[in-house]
Ligand binder design. Structure first.
Ligand code: ZN
Length: 123
C-alpha cells in the first residue's frame, strides 16, 4: 500500500469513528452545567494516567457537530496530553447546553500548548 493510500485510509477510519461515536445518541451519562450528552468529561477520573497528577475542575465549551482532526492531532492528544480537556465533543445533536464541567490535568494542558506552538511553527 502506498503512503498516500495509507493516509487516505486513516482519514476514512477517523471519519467513520467520528460519525459512529460523535453522532451517537447513546452518549455516556451527561455531567453538564445545563443538560446534554457530551463525551469524556473525566469526572470519574482522579489522576492523569500520564502525569499521575490530580485532575482539577474546570468548565469548558461543548463543541457540537462533526469535527475533523488530523491524525497527528489525534495521536498527540492520546499520547502527549490525554487529559487536557480544553473542550468536549457534544455530538451532532445540538442541545441547549453550551458548557460542561470537566476535570483536567495541568501538565496535559501545558503539553498541549507547547505542542500547538510547535505545530504552528512547522506550518
Ligand atoms: Zn496529564
Amino acid at each position: 500500500m502506498k503512503r498516500n493510500d495509507a493516509r487516505f485510509m486513516s482519514w476514512v477510519l477517523v471519519w467513520c469513528l467520528a460519525v459512529t461515536i460523535g453522532c451517537s445518541r447513546e452518549a455516556p451519562e451527561p455531567r453538564l452545567v445545563t443538560g446534554g450528552s457530551p463525551n469524556d468529561t473525566g469526572l470519574a477520573q482522579k489522576r492523569c494516567t500520564l502525569h499521575q497528577e490530580e485532575l482539577a475542575p474546570d468548565t469548558v465549551a461543548i463543541l457540537y457537530g462533526l469535527r475533523r482532526f488530523k491524525p497527528d492531532s489525534l495521536k498527540a492528544a492520546r499520547t502527549i496530553f490525554p487529559n487536557a480537556r480544553t473542550s468536549v465533543l457534544g455530538g451532532c445533536v445540538v442541545l441547549d447546553a453550551k458548557k460542561v464541567e470537566v476535570r483536567y490535568c495541568r501538565s496535559c494542558r501545558t503539553a498541549r500548548t507547547l505542542w500547538l506552538a510547535q505545530q504552528a511553527r512547522q506550518e
